[in-house]
Design a protein around this ligand. Structure first.
Ligand SMILES: [Fe+2]
Length: 309
């Protein structure tokens, strides 16, 4: 019985049109009705982002996770400080709704992940002593590239007042694995089988909230190109192009209209069997990036917690 991956998240936002414009510019496909917008990765059968027009501030409503053996998880949730709860009004009662010990709402649903569209052309580089590309250019003129095409929602990063307590809940109640962490400030949890290095990341903060949602693109070039385009379109902060130490992914983060972050990533570590993975406790010098531009001053600012005060 375990969580298998992340399927989506829902945000309450003050301006749904701004949200639809932002995520559309990021490459997601919107479907709007009334006071709700659903956004999907191109070609995906299910939406992964739900925006709810509600309130004056952005607030994380819930995170949707794919899982199996929901009855078993329901028992473990009670044992480890969480609670199985009724579906919020208007939401699908199927599956299992859970509040974690900090009050964060999760919706666990059964089902396999949708197949991820494979890349057409493998990303290769000419390296010292290994030439794999001859008599042709790696890069094409800027105008020839299609807009960003996010392949899947890979992970969400959540603020929590107690990182290690949240890790304990995700591992003991949700059957996830601790991949790596940096002190007790940030931690990364994966599914136990065939998982990206992390599907839920945790960052220490006075309150709960969404730090970022991360979408996989084809390769490092698309991370850089899409990140630059979305940063220009969004007009707020951004951080990238860079590469994380923990998880190894190339990244570019772009700030959404409410101060949280959208990440494009490529080439993340993959854990086929968590029992054969050795989690590392990193120092804080490795918590953010192996290399990249300076970190924006408000990169770990919790705007949701601020608005709750
Ligand atoms: Fe991330």
């Amino acid at each position: 019985m375990a969580v298998l991956g992340v399927a989506g998240f829902a945000l309450e936002v003050p301006d749904i049109d701004a949200g639809v414009a932002f995520y559309s510019a990021a490459g997601l496909v919107p479907a709007c009705s009334g006071d709700q917008a659903l956004l999907s990765c191109p070609g995906a059968p299910q939406p992964c982002v739900t925006l709810l027009s509600r309130g004056a501030q952005m607030r994380l409503h819930h995170v949707t996770l794919r899982a199996d053996a929901l009855d078993e998880i329901a028992k473990l949730v009670q044992l480890h400080g969480g609670a199985a709860v009724d579906a919020p009004a208007g939401w699908d009662a199927a599956g299992l709704w859970v509040r974690d010990p900090h009050g964060v709402l999760f919706h666990l649903i059964e089902g396999e992940a949708a197949a991820v569209e494979p890349v057409n052309e493998r990303f290769v580089i000419n390296a010292p002593g290994e030439i794999v590309r001859v008599r042709r250019s790696a890069m094409a003129p800027m105008a020839s590239y299609a807009p960003a095409r996010p392949r899947k929602l890979g992970h969400v990063a959540l603020f929590t007042p107690d990182v290690m307590a949240s890790v304990a809940f995700l591992t003991d109640a949700f059957g996830m694995g601790l991949a790596d962490r940096a002190q007790d400030i940030v931690a990364f949890c994966c599914a136990r089988q065939n998982s990206d290095h992390h599907v839920i990341a945790l960052a220490k903060s006075p309150g709960t909230g969404l730090h970022h949602a991360s979408f996989q693109v084809a390769d490092p070039d698309e991370v850089g190109r899409a990140g630059q385009a979305l940063a220009n379109a969004a007009g707020r902060g951004h951080w990238g192009f860079g590469r994380h130490t923990i998880g190894s992914n190339f990244f570019h983060y772009i700030q959404d209209p409410w101060g949280s972050w959208f990440e494009y990533y490529a080439d993340m570590d993959f854990i086929d069997d968590h029992a054969l993975w050795e989690p590392t406790v990193y120092g804080m010098e490795d918590a953010m990036a192996n290399w990249g531009p300076p970190v924006p001053a408000d990169f770990v600012h919790n705007y949701q917690a601020e608005s709750a005060q």
